[in-house]
Design a protein around this ligand. Structure first.
Ligand SMILES: Nc1ncnc2c1ncn2[C@@H]1O[C@H](COP(=O)(O)OP(=O)(O)O)[C@@H](O)[C@H]1O
Ligand SMILES: [Mg+2]
Length: 380
């Protein structure tokens, strides 16, 4: 697993190239620009000495010295990924770069910052399957339907992957009305029923092929469109699939829907913790208390369920201390009411964090994601 920032050593051939490098590095999370060299020799010396994850070079296909250098580096620092910043989209220039071992070729992208960030994410997160299920599993469950469970799950997955640069699987286990794919504007050709139908030969590679890419390092295992089809999915399918996902992802975020059933109980059993979403109303609190007591009867540790209040500032809300007293637990986050931003996100099929990272709801979700990521993951 790749924790921490990706170290970048850069090479500029021109002043503009250097400025381009600086602008890209400054705008990207999870990267650390070590230095920008303008001499080929100095760049090569540092590359050999530091062996950074990324070598970012201003690329000029006509520069013989640079071409020779890339040829050498390809062997001498084979562990570093070369990202080429070019001005040319000429096919022969691109092919030449590929033959020189360039991993990512960026030229005249409409949104160069986004293109750079995605390139870094692809480099940071190769598909790797470990022996142990090392990934951290977080469940998100609604005390009842319609409280914001799905939006929260999507945005947590986005924060872990696109802001923190970790490999993340989002799992839609809400078989009755699963809508993560819809909220992400995807029309899944593969979903949980494929896991069920191929269960006999399921392995990490097959499971990988059933995930849909939302963004680099962020993939979704979708719920079936049709609840009847979902009946094929059995608890042992869920258990096995989650175990595979935890071996190839740093974080697995599971939309558990609302209520408990034989499928999400298997997932809950594997979750480090469950974020229980509730609305601060009498009815909402009552539903949450019921879920807490159900979880107690199932013998879960108290820390396993962490209440989270959504639309916390709605009119007529129940007071924070009352919520905590009734549930006998600390509330892990208070998310504000944010009608236009959430509705827009659903309409255009993108996470709220990706379209309005500055709104209060996004900030509160980001703060929660940071808190969860910084906890060790040993408890629960
Ligand atoms: N904090 C919020 N502010 C405003 N609207 C919200 C908020 N959270 C959720 N919603 C709205 O509530 C509805 C249900 O959200 P969703 O995430 O699908 O809930 P669930 O998965 O619990 O059914 C959506 O229309 C969404 O826009
Ligand atoms: Mg939902």
């Amino acid at each position: 697993l790749n924790v921490g920032d990706s170290q970048i050593l850069a090479l500029q051939l021109t002043k503009q190239g250097g400025e381009r490098v600086r602008a890209l590095a400054a705008a990207s999370p999870f990267v650390k620009l070590l230095s920008i060299e303008s001499s080929l020799e100095e760049f090569e010396r540092k590359a050999l000495q530091i062996r950074p994850q990324v070598l970012l070079v201003e690329y000029d296909p006509e520069n013989r010295g640079l071409i020779d250098l890339l040829e050498r580096l390809r062997i001498s620092v084979s562990g570093s990924a070369v990202v080429a910043l070019s001005n040319s989209k000429e096919p022969e220039h691109i092919i030449r770069a590929v033959r020189l071992g360039v991993r990512e070729y960026l030229a005249e992208e409409p949104d160069s910052i986004q293109a750079f960030k995605e390139a870094i994410l692809r480099i940071r997160m190769p598909t790797q399957v470990s022996e142990e299920p090392k990934g951290r599993l977080f469940g998100v469950i609604g005390s009842k339907g319609g409280v914001g469970t799905s939006h929260l799950a999507i945005n947590l997955a986005w924060a872990f992957s696109q802001v923190m640069g970790q490999r993340v699987a989002l799992v839609d286990l809400d078989m009755s009305g699963g809508n993560e794919a819809f909220l992400l504007d995807l029309e899944p050709k593969r979903d949980w029923t494929d896991v069920a139908q191929n269960f006999e030969r399921l392995d990490a590679v097959l499971l990988d092929s059933l995930l849909l890419e939302v963004a680099p390092g962020f993939r979704l295992l979708a719920a079936p469109d049709d609840p009847v089809e979902a009946e094929e999915v059995r608890p042992n399918h869920v258990g096995a699939a989650l175990d595979f996902l935890a071996r190839s992802h740093a974080f697995v975020v599971i939309d558990l829907g609302s209520g408990l059933d034989d499928l999400n109980l298997v997932a809950i059993d594997r979750c480090e913790q469950m974020l229980m979403v509730l609305e601060p109303t009498v009815v909402g609190l009552k539903a949450a208390a019921r879920l807490v007591s159900l979880s107690q009867r199932l013998g879960h540790e108290k820390e396993r369920i962490r209440p989270l209040v959504n639309r916390a500032d709605s009119r007529g809300s129940i007071l924070p201390r009352e919520v905590e007293a009734v549930l006998n637990r600390e509330v892990v986050a208070w998310l504000p009411n944010q009608y236009p931003a959430l509705a827009e996100a659903a309409n255009i099929g993108r996470p709220v964090l990706s379209i309005d990272s500055k709104c209060k709801w996004s900030k509160a979700v980001m703060e929660l994601a940071t808190k969860l990521a910084n906890e060790t993951g040993e408890s629960g």
